[in-house]
Write a protein of this length. Structure first.
Length: 300
């Protein structure tokens, strides 16, 4: 929504300002210059990136347009799920928790949090590290090093669309010059024509440079930055999981471990301690009979 709003503001300011200065707006309408620039840009993008990255760029652009970042509700679901698994592990034992980890999509604990299950990467991330906790031989500092390495890998993969779009933004002004040179070549071929025709051809050629710079700095580069911001925000739940599980492995009670994770959430989206406590106690996650009875009493 903000991308569309920004483009409207930029477009109205650009065309309105040009018209107010006495320019002829019709001169800016050079569709074949646009076809040359956009076509060459797309072609070079396909040459420089594997198909997986190209498809991921389309997904990332859609997420950026929708501003699909985790909200407070999503963080509450992650914290409540972690709480349920940690309480289950403490109350029952490893053998009874293992089925939840091995088959999360059939687990009654995970099924209570569909927003987490929809994120298959995050679900796998949670299950992998709970599996290591269940094994019981790994130390907290070893798990932390492993998590950091995996997060680095995930971040690198998630930033590929941003890096590709940034490279395209840097190339667009030069591609605009290419289109302008083609326009100048066309104008030089009509050097014996009237000054009016020659002037219009030169003006059309300069539009190529204008479009290249405009698309670079007013569209592709801002969208690339938006993709970066959205992708980094979508990595935040992984940090929450990391800090929560490390605190749990170091002996913290589940509720205290959640506080370690909660503190890593941005202040604008961070749920309060009371909200987290209310969510974990009122959730229908079957962690133990005592907790279930507490929830039933609270519901009554």
């Amino acid at each position: 929504m903000t991308i569309l709003m920004g483009l409207i503001i930029a477009g109205v300011s650009l065309i309105g300002g040009f018209a107010a200065l006495g320019g002829k707006v019709s001169v800016l309408w050079q569709p074949w210059e646009f076809v040359i620039i956009v076509g060459v840009a797309i072609g070079t993008y396909v040459v420089g990136n594997p198909m997986k990255s190209i498809l991921d760029t389309l997904t990332a652009t859609g997420d950026a347009v929708r501003n699909a970042v985790p909200k407070k509700r999503d963080y509450l679901d992650v914290l409540a799920l972690l709480y349920g698994l940690m309480r289950e592990l403490r109350a029952k034992g490893r053998n009874e928790v293992e089925p939840h980890i091995e088959e999360p999509f059939n687990s009654p604990i995970f099924q209570n949090f569909p927003s987490v299950l929809r994120n298959r990467s995050l679900t796998t991330f949670i299950c992998d590290y709970f599996r290591l906790i269940i094994v019981g031989n790994a130390r907290a500092h070893e798990i932390e090093a492993l998590v950091d390495e995996e997060l680095h890998t995930i971040h690198r993969d998630q930033m590929k669309p941003y890096q590709a779009m940034t490279a395209l933004a840097e190339a667009l002004p030069a591609i605009g010059i290419i289109a302008a040179v083609l326009g100048v070549i066309k104008a030089m071929g009509a050097i014996d024509q009237s000054p009016q025709l020659l002037g219009s051809l030169i003006g059309a050629a300069l539009v190529g440079t204008f479009l290249g710079i405009l698309l670079s700095y007013a569209l592709v580069a801002p969208v690339a930055n938006k993709i970066k911001g959205v992708r980094e925000a979508r990595l935040r739940p992984y940090i929450v999981v990391k800090q929560t599980l490390l605190a749990f492995m170091n002996g913290a009670a589940p509720q205290i471990a959640l506080e370690h994770g909660r503190k890593t959430i941005s202040d604008t989206d961070r749920p309060t301690i009371d909200e987290v406590e209310s969510e974990t106690l009122s959730s229908s996650t079957p962690v133990s009979e005592n907790v279930q009875e507490m929830r039933q009493k609270g519901a009554a």
